[in-house]
Design a protein around this ligand. Structure first.
Ligand code: NAP
Ligand code: GLV
Length: 313
């Protein structure tokens, strides 16, 4: 079995060693731009992250393409360069769910328990009790209740926070008030105090966090974006924070990453910035998942995580 591997990650050897340990029969070829030998090798599978178009152009020999992440926006952007009938398989949690749950719980609790304000007080040696926010007024609304959204919801439920979700298809999930579709969005937003974006970036969801959407949240709402920078109209968020409609935001993803030095977000203390680290791809979880799926495909079995190219996720 031949596998093409491509990742901008610096730890390629560790990935190769991990795959070889579990699949000694496989021949792994690292694809590098301009390497014609690798381009000419017929292969059964490709395992990759943010590939250049040249890697996949005309590769109808592949049985499947494994995406080394949950989001497939970067690969689907290749459009007609993608071989039409080759399934694309995304990572299915693979250790990202618990990381997302940690990240979002931290951001929600920090805002709810007023830690930002206590930190400010500390800088001027102030000992001042701040009345807590009431839990029943602290509904967390999660946009996207897929693999990662569900883990976030389960973590927040542990703190007895009211949780609601918004998805494309109707859902019924224990302990969660579920909304769906364009018709359900306004009602979902009007009762959401902390908005968490865990959507895939598609033509339907791009710019969803714009002035129109964010204005439908109650005054004083808080935003957490752990999905993609393309979801957020950045200047519109800034204007809503400055007007007081939005209290602040925790943002892990941006239109341009790394966030440019001159970006106004850096100067807005009500915005917490992290460098796209909410949930990273973990080698020790991803390799066994992919190997398990390759073995299942070789036996002719169906696998989870196959991307619906029309839906865009
Ligand atoms: P997923 O399992 O595919 O779930 C996607 C959810 O979004 C589903 O609930 C889906 O609805 C909903 N959705 C999609 N399009 C929609 C639309 N037009 N309207 C309403 N709901 C819509 O994805 P996931 O594994 O949870 O990952 C979500 C995203 O997180 C990824 O695509 C990626 O961009 C991002 N991510 C970020 C990081 C980071 O470190 N910041 C790490 C990993 C992933 P249905 O349930 O009805 O299909
Ligand atoms: C990371 O952002 C991912 O989509 O896995």
């Amino acid at each position: 079995m031949r596998i093409i591997f491509y990742s901008p990650d610096n730890h390629i050897q560790a990935w190769l060693d991990g795959f070889t340990a579990l699949m000694p029969e496989a021949q792994l070829h690292v694809w590098r731009e301009g390497d014609e030998r690798a381009a000419a090798i017929a292969a059964d599978y490709a395992i990759l992250w943010r590939p250049p178009a040249a890697l996949l152009q005309g590769r109808s020999d592949l049985k499947a393409i494994f995406n080394l992440g949950a989001g497939v926006d970067a690969i689907l952007k290749l459009g007609s360069a993608l071989p039409a009938n080759v399934p694309i398989i995304r990572l299915d949690d693979a250790g990202m769910g618990v990381q997302m749950a940690e990240y979002v719980s931290h951001a929600v609790l920090r805002y709810m328990r007023r830690f930002d304000e206590y930190e400010l007080q500390r800088s001027s040696k102030q000992w001042q009790f701040l009345p807590p926010h009431e839990k029943q007024d602290f509904t967390v609304g999660i946009l996207g209740i897929g693999v990662l959204g569900k883990r976030i919801a389960a973590a927040l439920a542990q703190f007895e926070l009211p949780v609601r979700s918004w998805s494309r298809n109707p859902k019924s999930l224990p302990g969660i008030t579920c909304f769906d579709g364009t018709d359900g969005l306004d009602q979902f937003l009007s009762g959401t105090r902390v908005l968490v974006c865990a959507l895939p970036l598609t033509s339907d969801t791009e710019n969803i966090l714009d002035r129109a959407t964010l204005s439908k949240l109650p005054r004083g709402a808080y935003l957490i974006n752990v999905a993609r920078g393309g979801h957020l109209a950045e200047a519109e968020l800034l204007a809503l924070i400055r007007s007081g409609h939005i209290a602040g935001a925790t943002l892990d993803v941006f239109r341009h990453e790394p966030l440019p030095q001159q970006h106004p977000f850096w100067d807005e203390p009500r915005i917490t910035i992290t460098p796209h680290m909410a949930a990273t791809t973990l080698r020790n979880d991803s390799i066994p998942q992919i190997v398990g799926k390759i073995r299942a495909l070789e036996r002719g079995e169906a696998v989870a995580g196959v991307v619906d190219r029309d839906a865009g996720y």
